[in-house]
Design a protein around this ligand. Structure first.
Ligand SMILES: NC(=O)c1ccc[n+]([C@@H]2O[C@H](COP(=O)([O-])OP(=O)(O)OC[C@H]3O[C@@H](n4cnc5c(N)ncnc54)[C@H](OP(=O)(O)O)[C@@H]3O)[C@@H](O)[C@H]2O)c1
Length: 185
């Protein structure tokens, strides 16, 4: 059974962006969240996660801040389902790697089909929170960076009740700690 997971870079104060994120500068002043990325000492963890992915579900804010991924996808091979109440921008209409969905259930359902038995990765904190609330997420990975950004978009939003997690793995990396949790259903 394929899994649904999110693996995002996050500050110790829980931010997935710095201040002033915007189209063309998705992390705002929080570029330091990805200082660890590309260091060969972190590659094993990151590449293993990348290899699992058969499709991506991306929130509209992530999509817009990444300028629609140029009509492609955040993953080198996997297609993307964008969760949004708004239509796809005309400039990317017809892209074979982008599908739009207006509910989190539909987005993850479509992504599971596109993933063809591989896993589904979620991008965006609000989208992840909606998917957790809908009971659709199996795992969460925090690439936790030792900084307090003080401002920025949060990894997790408001939830109606507590969600218990089990720590599966904690890997001290170079300039980052990779914390891998399973969601207890
Ligand atoms: N640090 C990292 O690893 C990392 C990774 C990915 C992204 N990011 C950053 O994260 C930021 C965006 O995160 P975010 O949490 O603010 O937003 P997000 O999850 O990317 O997008 C939120 C939007 O998705 C749509 N949406 C969410 N839940 C929905 C639902 N249940 N039904 C229908 N549509 C729904 C809505 O779009 P509508 O406006 O269409 O209603 C909502 O405004 C970006 O700035 C990006 O650069 C960081």
């Amino acid at each position: 059974m394929s899994k649904v997971f999110a693996a995002l870079a996050v500050s110790v104060d829980g931010r997935i962006t710095g201040d002033h994120p915007r189209p063309g500068s998705g992390l705002g002043d929080g570029g330091t969240l990805f200082d660890w990325y590309g260091d060969p000492r972190n590659a094993a963890v990151y590449d293993k996660l990348l290899d699992r992915v058969g499709a991506v579900v991306t929130g509209r804010t992530t999509y817009d801040d990444s300028e629609g991924f140029g009509g492609g996808s955040p993953h080198p091979t996997a297609p993307m389902v964008v969760l949004s109440h708004r239509p796809q921008p005309a400039e990317h209409a017809g892209s074979p790697r982008q599908v739009f969905a207006a509910s989190v259930q539909d987005a993850i359902g479509q992504a599971r089909v596109l993933a063809g038995g591989r896993d589904v990765a979620i991008q965006g904190g609000a989208t992840l929170t909606a998917a957790i609330e809908a009971g659709l997420v199996d795992e969460v990975v925090l690439h936790q960076v030792p900084v307090l950004l003080g401002a920025g978009r949060p990894f997790f939003g408001r939830l109606p009740e507590h969600v218990r997690l089990t720590l599966v793995d904690a890997v001290p990396g170079a300039g980052v700690v990779h914390l891998h949790y399973r969601i207890d259903h």
